[in-house]
Design a protein around this ligand. Structure first.
Ligand code: ASP
Length: 342
């Protein structure tokens, strides 16, 4: 059994130009099948569920992730793997969220999309869709080759919670600065088995976690950041956690007002996590005095995580736990390969 369920949510891959407005709008999966007749050549069944309405991924919200988890859970026994067609704009957020929400995942969940609609002659959607299906169906010794939430784009398969969209222009739209590709496609599909996570013990039932709490914000540090701006962000009503996007290896200004503002927030119980603005490398708050000052006031390291993974992990942890100390403790756990504590 290597039948595949394609979950079509929208995104550029399934859009075409509306002749009246000139903008891209979604069309249905039957039209995708027409554009990709090769789908009939797979020697297994490819079923489809389509979201209604189909969405541009800029409209993705956490309830959309819950809906995806439920579709996967409801169909888990029937399919060998799942392919999610999704817009590229927020694909890294969805992939990160699913990686936390789907516990004991033993089947591939491969997200893909494209930069050009599948109906266009130079589309990248065809190759992305066909390879994603092939990867989702690939097995070795009766086990799926990649039992993870991952993203296939432009010949590379990435761990879903390790990527960031870094090009609005190139077919190679995603970047995984801190984790190697799980597979690469050429004449053959080469799986990087050393990088893929396999369950220690197969056969555990899939568990989905649908309780997320979005009381989380992002504060990107920049030269000239002002006190009123920082205070208004950190004092937002009901906020539980903030991802601080810092410089380099986790550094930030040392001006007393800046540190005092963060310290006051930490003392009010706000969870502050430190994620680097750099595309590769890790936070190390013990490298420079500027990082150490953050550590001293209670900022916790996000190590080499992406901002997307940090946001999704906080939604997930705060959704499951009320106590800030529990959340901080669980933050230090690698839940689904999202972090390397180095
Ligand atoms: N705006 C589109 C989306 O994210 C872009 C894309 O699919 O590439 O849905």
């Amino acid at each position: 059994m290597n039948n595949i369920l394609v979950i079509y949510t929208g995104g550029t891959i399934g859009m075409k130009h509306n002749p009246e407005t000139g903008v891209l709008e979604p069309f249905n999966f039957d039209q995708i099948r027409e554009e990709v007749p090769v789908l009939k050549k797979f020697g297994f069944t490819i079923d489809t569920v389509s979201f209604d309405p189909l969405i541009d991924s800029s409209d993705v919200q956490p309830d959309f992730w819950v809906k995806l988890c439920r579709i996967i859970a409801d169909n888990y026994g029937k399919y060998a793997g799942f392919v999610i067609l999704h817009g590229t704009d927020t694909m890294s957020y969805t992939a990160s969220a699913l990686s936390f929400m789907l516990e004991n995942l033993e089947k591939p969940v491969v997200l893909t999309g494209s930069q050009l609609p599948i109906g266009m002659i130079r589309t990248d959607g065809m190759e992305n869709l066909v390879s994603a299906i092939e990867i989702a169906a690939s097995q070795h010794d009766g086990r799926p080759c990649v039992p993870e939430v991952c993203v296939f784009f432009e010949s590379k398969l990435f761990r879903g919670n390790r990527i960031t969209k870094d090009s609005a222009e190139q077919f190679r739209a995603f970047h995984s600065g801190n984790y190697p590709p799980l597979a690469e496609t050429g004449i053959h599909i080469k799986f990087n088995t050393g990088a893929i996570h396999y369950p220690e013990q197969w056969g555990k039932p899939l568990q989905i976690h649908t309780q997320l709490d979005t009381a989380v914000g992002i504060l990107k540090i920049f030269p000239g950041i002002s006190r009123p701006f920082m205070e208004s962000v950190l004092q937002a009503d009901k906020l539980r956690a903030v991802v601080l996007e810092t410089y380099g290896s986790g550094n930030a200004p040392t001006a007393p007002w800046f540190l005092d503002t963060l310290k006051a927030a930490a003392q009010r119980g706000l969870i502050l996590v430190n994620i680097t603005q750099c595309r590769t490398g890790s936070v190390n708050m013990e490298e420079y005095a500027t990082g150490l000052s953050l550590k001293k006031i209670g900022v916790i390291s996000g190590y080499d995580m992406t901002t997307e993974a940090a946001i999704a992990k906080l939604f997930f942890l705060i959704g499951q736990h009320k106590d800030s100390q529990d959340i901080k403790r669980l933050w230090q756990k690698n839940i689904s390969g999202e972090v390397n504590f180095g």
